[in-house]
Design a protein around this ligand. Structure first.
Ligand code: GDP
Length: 297
């Protein structure tokens, strides 16, 4: 995660910290390089610009250049600003899944990793929080998607709603709700159908399911490798359906990391989890401090 951005930044900061005394111009030059590194990592332009501006304001004046370790001071300021960009107004806290059975709605484009993430999340809730979880696939367009979820459920020891042919997504959601209540489940996760692009039908279907299920959390799964596109997809889903959080998948790849950095600032929605591989335990909670630390190496 963030290897190339992290390499670039550590190059800049190594030079800065080794330099000893720093002039305002040295700091400016370094921040110009940081800005380029952020843009190359596909961070959106306004986000990169605001971040650099905030760092510049905090680093200017006497305190940094006159301090004993000016380079480290700059790094600390960049770190704090990264945390700020990554978590916005604050940590979103735990998922709102009290009051069983709590519905979680999973939305996203086809191929984003939605079904895999549904299983990863279910496994995590079961293993770490001892929750009794039910998963249901609402993907009536692709019968293979329903079977995929069933197979994943068997692998992780989580129940899936029995498949009934001929139902529409709203009917499946209603059946999942009843089954979750009758079966004493703590949480039920609805895996909606994805499409290659956001279109009217996808939105109408997700909205109809949302209205029936009244989800406590609506998690959007987006491919972290797609950079600014991931952020655009999130903005559109949030406008049309309303999401409470984002899961960024494929963060194990050599993606440039821009999606992670722009997501909160552009959409206002917290990143809840990151997917770090195909295995069903390859998911991590998103912590701004930890991620900022990784970016700075
Ligand atoms: P869906 O169409 O959105 O439901 O996507 P799937 O869950 O079927 O995932 C599509 C492919 O992406 C599968 O081969 C998954 O194993 C893979 N995948 C999902 N999440 C991750 C991730 O975090 N990292 C990697 N490397 N692969 C992932």
């Amino acid at each position: 995660m963030f290897e190339s951005l992290s390499d670039r930044l550590s190059g800049v900061f190594d030079r800065l910290t080794k330099q000893g005394a720093l002039s305002e111009d040295d700091v400016k030059t370094a921040l110009r390089e940081v800005r380029i590194a952020l843009l190359e990592a596909d961070v959106s332009l306004p986000v990169a610009r605001d971040l650099i501006k905030a760092v510049q304001e905090k680093a200017s004046g006497q305190s940094v250049t006159k301090s004993v370790t000016p380079g480290q001071q700059v790094v600390k300021i960049v770190h704090d600003e990264l945390v700020h960009v990554l978590q916005g107004d604050g940590d979103p806290g735990a998922l709102k899944i009290d009051n069983p059975p709590a519905p979680i709605l999973m939305v996203g484009l086809q191929g984003s990793g939605k079904t895999t993430t549904t299983a990863k999340l279910a496994k995590r809730l079961k293993d770490r929080e001892g929750k009794k979880v039910l998963m249901a696939s609402l993907d009536v367009n692709r019968p293979a998607a329903m079977e995929q979820l069933q197979i994943l459920g068997a692998q992780i020891g989580v129940d899936t709603l029995p498949i009934v042919k001929g139902e529409d997504p709203v009917q499946i959601a209603k059946r999942a709700k009843t089954a979750a209540a009758m079966g004493g489940y703590d949480v039920y996760i609805l895996d909606t159908a994805g499409r290659l692009h956001i279109d009217a039908e996808l939105i109408a279907q997700a909205a109809a399911v949302r209205d029936v299920a009244q989800p406590r959390e609506t998690l959007l799964v987006v491919d972290g490798l797609t950079g600014q596109d991931a952020v655009n997809v999130a903005t559109e889903f949030d406008d049309k359906i309303g999401v409470t959080g984002v899961v960024l998948t494929r963060m194990d790849g050599d993606g440039r990391g821009g999606a992670a950095l722009s997501m909160r600032a552009v959409t206002g929605k917290p990143i809840r989890f990151v997917g770090l591989g195909e295995k069903l335990d390859a998911i991590e909670e998103f912590h701004a401090e930890r991620v900022a630390g990784r970016i700075l190496g």
